[in-house]
Design a protein around this ligand. Structure first.
Ligand SMILES: Cc1cc2nc3c(=O)[nH]c(=O)nc-3n(C[C@H](O)[C@H](O)[C@H](O)COP(=O)(O)OP(=O)(O)OC[C@H]3O[C@@H](n4cnc5c(N)ncnc54)[C@H](O)[C@@H]3O)c2cc1C
Length: 314
């Protein structure tokens, strides 16, 4: 078991963590990134990325994250293949974190970038057709379904927002919900019901996703929750929009969380309630959830961490 000390301890290695590391390293804070179980974060499980600025041609998610990691390392970041299992924020700075390896990490500042995971239905075909017609992000993937037939599964704000967003690309959007009314805000419902491009299928659960002849999504198998009847819906794309789970288990009772479990920060800032502890990316953002916004927040957190340390030296 070893102890590692740094001026900037970063938990998480998605776009937020790597961006914080790039800025932190260039400010001579010699950051340590504890990468967690998914080095590179959520973009490592996708294929085409067309909306990260700086690349005129389509790039691959895993490649983009390899580049970010390499860039962070080139400027002086230390990467640790470890997962934090416990944090002690009392009385800090410094803040203490314990890795699954048994190693101890001490940070004069702490930047939390543990991200979030989309919730999936867990039905047959969903995983196999991920990136081949099944997605959990209309902002990310909607563009690939221009002029095609798509469905959104869910009944909350996210599902309605995703359906409305998809009408920018498709004239045939079906919202599938397991109940006969939506949970989303009334104003969103009004917009949805007024939109001629969106139809609704009530009282339906997804039994499975099935591939067409070309190996991409061909149809969704549905079951009526009232009659039990099974039917199929032919679509080119299906967007699962049943929510996200932020990775904040470690911080329960230690930092304030909102009702959805996201870390709360000062509005417009990565500062948490504890001076010297910052949060960036999807772990604190249930609105935008994009690689570029996560990277931007990582940059903000690193700049604030640097200012925090400088003020302590004065
Ligand atoms: C399939 C898919 C496709 C997408 N496509 C796009 C796209 O085209 N364009 C776009 O802009 N966005 C896209 N997104 C969204 C984008 O990936 C996220 O907004 C972005 O990755 C969030 O970055 P993050 O750094 O906040 O967290 P994440 O990428 O979620 O990374 C979280 C990191 O925290 C680590 N971690 C978690 N817990 C611990 C712990 N206890 N100890 C140590 N480490 C920990 C994980 O290992 C991981 O490295 C997509 C998302 C998905 C799922």
């Amino acid at each position: 078991m070893a102890t590692h000390h740094t001026k900037m301890l970063i938990i998480g290695s998605g776009p937020a963590g790597y961006s914080a590391a790039i800025y932190g390293a260039r400010a001579m804070l010699e950051p340590i990134v504890v990468q967690g179980l998914q080095p590179g974060g959520q973009l490592t499980i996708t294929t085409d990325v067309e909306n990260y600025p700086g690349f005129a041609d389509v790039i691959q998610g895993p490649w983009l994250m390899e580049q970010m990691q390499a860039q962070a390392e080139h400027v002086g970041t230390r990467m640790m293949w470890d997962t934090i299992v416990e944090v002690d924020l009392d009385g800090g700075p410094p803040f203490r974190a314990i890795g699954d390896s048994g190693d101890e990490y001490i940070g004069d500042t702490l930047v939390i970038c543990t991200g979030a995971q989309a919730k999936w239905l867990g039905v047959p075909g969903e995983q196999e057709l991920g990136g081949k017609g099944v997605s959990a992000c209309a902002t990310c993937d909607g563009f690939f379904y221009r002029g095609k037939k798509v469905a959104v599964i869910g009944g909350g704000n996210t599902a309605v927002e995703e359906a409305l967003y998809l009408t920018n690309h498709s004239d045939d959007v079906t919202l599938i919900h397991r109940r006969d009314e939506l949970r989303s805000e009334k104003i969103l419902q009004e917009r949805l019901f007024k939109n001629p491009k969106i139809s609704t299928l009530w009282n339906k659960t997804v039994e499975s996703f099935a591939a067409g002849e070309d190996g991409t999504l061909g149809h969704i198998v549905l079951r009526d929750t009232v009659s039990g009847e099974v039917s199929t819906l032919e679509v080119d794309g299906a967007f699962v929009a049943i929510g996200h789970a932020p990775a904040t288990e470690l911080f329960k009772g230690k930092l304030p969380l909102d009702g959805g479990g996201y870390l709360l920060t000062e509005p417009g800032s990565p500062k948490t309630e504890i001076p010297g502890v910052f949060a960036a990316g999807d772990v604190t953002d249930h609105t935008y959830r994009q690689a570029v916004t996560a990277a931007g927040m990582g940059c903000m957190a690193a700049l604030d961490a640097e200012r925090f340390l400088a003020a302590r030296e004065d």
